[in-house]
Design a protein around this ligand. Structure first.
Ligand SMILES: CC(C)(COP(=O)(O)OP(=O)(O)OC[C@H]1O[C@@H](n2cnc3c(N)ncnc32)[C@H](O)[C@@H]1OP(=O)(O)O)[C@@H](O)C(=O)NCCC(=O)NCCS
Length: 386
């Protein structure tokens, strides 16, 4: 049950349907299945923009001029480096999940920022740009160190998405692979008051710094109900393994009242508009690589789930994303970190907005524990009866 009424108090569990603030960063129409970043349709941005340009738009509020984009691109490229001792931290915890490493490394980076507690607009913007560039370096360095390889020095010749793939593999990606990763990052860059962005705003609302808010956001994103779903979709596809078995898989899951990963959304009742671009990407990549099995399995799951669309349960952004990463040869535990890398501009834009109109975010819980009672000193307490 999403809301309960107790005398005069209505409880909105999970804050479903609650507006807590105004925001000019992005807008979602859940019924129509529409998403806009600062007024621009996600379809236009996915089809025509770049991750760099979309990041500029989210951070500055407007699309850049040619010269403005060039300057921003240079700023991003100049920030593609980590303090030497951060590699020691990554090395020390290289056995952990990449999201744990990312969360720890972002938290540690705060100590290397001269003005880590400066929450003025310029300082937060600069630190947000730094993190946009540093997070791919962290994820790629961990990937390499975990495999017993040396981290790859970032290339200042490549764009953001291409450089990330280069730092993972050690060779520049094909144009198609880089373009698909770029689109994926645009699609993940911002999404209203999702759990991780809300978390970031709660932390910023206390006046804590950007790195504290980002660290908390990364923690929130790691859960399977949020960013972790792409990893689980790939596990599901492997488990099904044969398109002919998809219908039975869905039937069993629903009988056990378990969710099908990559379906459903707190806000969308129509299909998540981001899924369209990733579906097209998987189709293209599967055809190019001559590996149709995964798209066939996913489409069979989509067919088996068609009866739930009347309940507003449709494909979400994570359903097709995982197979794209898989076909790029990336391991499943990198799927959430890739989401995180794409989301940094959105988190930064919302943290900036929070600082600009700051208020402590502090809701209430309705107490349902024991009534007031006397404290009994330890020596006089009877044994509890369980
Ligand atoms: C994202 C999610 C947590 C949203 O949860 P929510 O806001 O509580 O979902 P809703 O209120 O829209 O659910 C409405 C109904 O659809 C069902 N439903 C929601 N997602 C479902 C899914 N993935 N598979 C099957 N049924 C689902 C719910 O069980 C609920 O049915 P009920 O009323 O009989 O209990 C949920 O859809 C989910 O767990 N999805 C799978 C994980 C995932 O893909 N996450 C990535 C999100 S981008």
């Amino acid at each position: 049950m999403s809301s309960e009424t107790n005398d005069s108090v209505t409880i909105h569990r999970g804050l479903k349907g609650i507006y807590f603030e105004r925001s000019g960063v992005s807008s979602i129409d859940g019924r129509a299945g529409d998403l806009h970043y600062r007024g621009y349709s996600i379809h236009d941005l996915a089809g025509q923009s770049s991750f760099e340009e979309t990041s500029y738009l989210l951070l500055h509020g407007e699309l850049p001029s040619k010269a403005g984009l060039k300057r921003f691109d240079q700023e991003l490229k100049a920030a593609r480096r980590l303090p030497e001792s951060l590699y020691d931290i990554i090395r020390a915890i290289r056995g952990a999940h990449p999201m744990e490493v990312l969360r720890t490394a972002v938290s540690a980076l705060s100590a290397f920022e001269e003005n880590s507690n400066d929450t003025s607009r310029d300082a937060v913007l600069k630190k947000g740009i730094n993190l946009t560039s540093q997070m791919p370096v962290i994820v790629a360095a961990h990937y390499r160190l975990q495999a017993g390889q040396d981290p790859i020095v970032p290339s200042s010749k490549l764009g953001h998405a291409a450089n990330f793939l280069y730092m993972l593999k050690g060779e520049p990606p094909s144009e198609g692979a880089a373009a698909l990763m770029d689109t994926d990052m645009i699609l993940h860059a911002e999404h209203g008051s999702n759990a991780s962005s809300f978390t970031a705003r709660v932390v910023a609302g206390t006046g804590a710094n950007l790195h504290a808010a980002m660290t908390a956001a990364i923690g929130a994103l790691s859960g399977p109900a949020h960013g972790g779903a792409a990893e689980d979709v790939m596990k599901m596809a492997r488990e099904i393994n044969d398109p002919a078995k998809a219908a039975d898989y869905v039937k069993t899951k629903r009988k056990n009242r378990e969710p099908i990963m990559g379906f459903g959304h707190r806000v969308y009742r129509a299909e998540d508009p981001r899924a369209r671009h990733l579906r097209a990407g998987v189709k293209r990549l599967s055809a190019e690589m001559g590996e149709p099995r995964w798209i066939e399995i996913l489409q069979a799951v989509e067919t088996a789930m068609a009866r739930y669309t009347r309940l507003g349960v449709n494909v979400n952004v994570d359903f097709y994303a995982g197979v794209i990463y898989y076909l790029h040869g990336l391991p499943e535990d990198l799927f959430v970190p890739i989401f995180a890398i794409g989301r940094v501009p959105g988190w930064t834009a919302q943290i900036l907005e929070q600082f600009e109109q700051n208020i402590l975010i502090r809701p209430l819980t309705l107490y349902n524990g024991p009534p007031p009672r006397d404290y009994i000193p330890l020596g006089k307490r009877r044994k509890p009866e369980f």
